[in-house]
Design a protein around this ligand. Structure first.
Ligand code: MG
Length: 202
């Protein structure tokens, strides 16, 4: 399986990092070795001194497809969840300065903790509230109505480049409030009030 992620998909987050609003989706990938499941702890890696949390709604692809039309994209995922797109911000800043790819800053081991998936049927996907607390304090609060590129458009766009396969996971971008995590932090994330992630940084 593979992990595909979109960057710069919420205006307030673009502003907080002083990035430009993209004219087309900013896409990157993470290897499957980035995944953490079952609330396994995130072990702070030696490659960075400034790891940021980015809470994101994630989609699980349920069948193979390529060149998927936006109007059919909803048939390619039944389940949603939450993930953290951990980002080595110091590494990323250096790469961005040089115009280099972000892989090292985004795809390191454990950089993609993911929740269990739940059926999308019970939710209004255009109006999903999601929230991250660190040590009990709210850090990120998002609503999918603020996404620049919606779920179905993202699927249509990426499937022109990458054949999507069953089990692939798409990270759909982070709202404002990204910040550093420290060893000992406890991260808890909810989707429409459902506890989805609850793990520690070690
Ligand atoms: Mg992100």
């Amino acid at each position: 399986m593979k992990i595909i992620a979109i960057g710069r998909n919420y205006a307030a987050h673009i502003e907080e990092l002083k990035n430009d609003v993209p004219t087309e989706p900013v896409i990157f990938t993470k290897p499957d070795t980035a995944i953490l499941r079952n609330n396994e702890p995130f072990y702070y890696p030696s490659i960075s001194n400034n790891i940021h949390h980015e809470l994101e709604v994630i989609l699980k692809i349920n069948k193979m497809g390529k060149n998927i039309e936006e109007k059919f994209a909803h048939k390619y995922y039944d389940e949603i969840g939450l993930g953290i797109d951990f980002t080595a911000r110091d590494v990323q800043s250096k790469l961005k300065e040089k115009g280099l790819p972000w892989d090292l800053a985004k795809g390191f081991n454990g950089s993609a903790p993911i929740s269990e998936f739940i059926s999308k049927e019970d939710f209004d996907l255009q109006n999903l509230n999601f929230e991250l607390k660190v040590n009990g304090e709210t850090r990120q609060k998002g609503n999918t109505s603020h996404m620049i590129y919606k779920f179905d458009y993202i699927i249509s766009f990426v499937s022109k480049y990458f054949t999507l396969k069953t089990g692939d996971i798409i990270f759909t971008g982070t709202p404002a409030g990204v910040a550093e995590v420290k060893i000992g932090d406890k991260l808890e994330a909810t989707l429409e009030g459902n506890m989805m992630l609850d793990f520690e940084v070690k």
